[in-house]
Design a protein around this ligand. Sequence first.
Ligand SMILES: Cc1cc2nc3c(=O)[nH]c(=O)nc-3n(C[C@H](O)[C@H](O)[C@H](O)COP(=O)(O)OP(=O)(O)OC[C@H]3O[C@@H](n4cnc5c(N)ncnc54)[C@H](O)[C@@H]3O)c2cc1C
Length: 502
Amino acid sequence: MEAVASENIVKGLVEIVGQKYVRADDVIRWTYAIEDFAGTFFHPLSDKYGPPDIVVKPHSAEEVSKILKLANTHKIPIIARGGGSDMTGAATPLKKKGGIILDMTDMNRVLDFQEGLNAVRVQPGIRWGELHHELAKKGVTAGLQGPHGFLGATLGGGIGGNCFSINSPKYGWLNENILNLQVVLPNGDIIETGSLANTKVKDWYYRYCNGPDLVGIFLGAAGSFGVITEFTLRTYPIPEYSATLAYSFPDTDSEIKFVFKLEWYGYVTDLWGIAFFTLPDSLKRILAPLVGERDLAIFATEAYDKDIFKAQKKAIDKMAKEFNGIAIPVEGICRALGISIINQTEWMGGGIFGKVMGPNGSDTCSIAHLPQWQRVVGSALEIMKENEDALSGSIPLIGADHFFLFAQLLGRGGVANTFAMTPADFMDPENLKKAQDLYQAIVESYMDTGVTALYRIGKESQFLTKRFKPEYISFMKAIKKALDPNNIMNPGVHGLGLEEEE
Ligand SMILES: Cc1cc2nc3c(=O)[nH]c(=O)nc-3n(C[C@H](O)[C@H](O)[C@H](O)COP(=O)(O)OP(=O)(O)OC[C@H]3O[C@@H](n4cnc5c(N)ncnc54)[C@H](O)[C@@H]3O)c2cc1C
């Protein structure tokens, strides 16, 4: 087979996008060899990630189409990439395969916004910060603010990785807000889904029409079925009244019941629930003087009308009391946890990651059935207890007393998010290996409970995709084979296209 970065292929790419947008030099290649997060090194496949052979920046669907045709002719892997922050190896090539990274970040424009449509048409390389800026000028909001702690991530990457976002408890996951996609298929065909599949329709975006929902198969597909080149996203009015509130609860069970009801009634915009018993000692020491050993719910609420807002806050207070909740001043708690309230509803949990995890920890992307969430936590805590001394060498590095769980009771659709941190010393291979093994054991234990699933799988979890029911995996493989017979689209994600590796 011809080398990926051969003169012939580089020349072909230069003809498509121009000299300036094709790079095959080592500095650039290695910049794209890792994702924007140290935690990626914990994944079982992390030593199998490597640099691409070439990085290309396209500027239109037509350019992407020509690139995919070229890649198909030469059977070269194609990995679409936005901010590269997925943390699951999803935006990184496999070392053995290399390939072309399609850096989508120059396709970052707002294309169409029409009042009355409640929708905005954008290119996938747009970053959350840019989108907010553009929408604010039109007097609307996307509702969702972007993934926690990383506003540089792109919307296209969020679609590829099933992003849940700040404000997901109210507005849903990113992919619940997608009304249409333009996708370049691996053979180079450019398709529109939903209402735009009709040749006459130009600027009306509706998802559920013209036959089956073909938007769905590209959502969360991590670029394995095609490259998204445009899409339409719902927009919302900007709520005029908003507040961040905090309550403490005597136990996790009461807190879970409160969170569940709060979301069910539609009062919560975003929420962090913290279960005291899961925290590392360092965080317990920070929180105990403020709330004792009680669990904590910090959340945002908003409304469009002053009177409704007042009534809503009253209803929330009544609801909290039903579960023995006590209102606490929110500013002190947020300061202690490193959460900055940007403008009441746009607040970030990024600080808490930095404080307790530092650069040397990893988390899992698991969601669990909220009412049964304690089972998931219980199983992970058991493993952690068994391994209490295993990683003690790495502890000074992160300022946490030992590896720990941090729980975010997301609420949306009754799911909770759990972060199991397994800190490690990257300079000590033995210590790193122990952390990786522990990470895998914890994730496996989550799955064993039967009430949890992962929402960003990427290339991270071959051991998890093996748990898919055989009929499901065959169905996925059949779609992959039909769309991408040469297996060029992001081989390795979701356990697809790894046959030769195995
Ligand atoms: C500190 C921190 C906090 C985070 N918090 C969250 C969180 O709260 N919720 C959450 O969901 N994630 C979170 N993440 C993970 C990550 O930021 C998000 O998943 C984000 O949406 C990824 O966007 P990206 O542009 O970086 O995607 P990338 O990593 O570039 O890509 C993600 C996937 O999408 C594919 N892709 C990219 N562009 C396209 C395209 N145009 N067409 C087809 N496929 C494409 C890629 O191939 C890859 O498989 C966090 C990460 C960090 C570092």
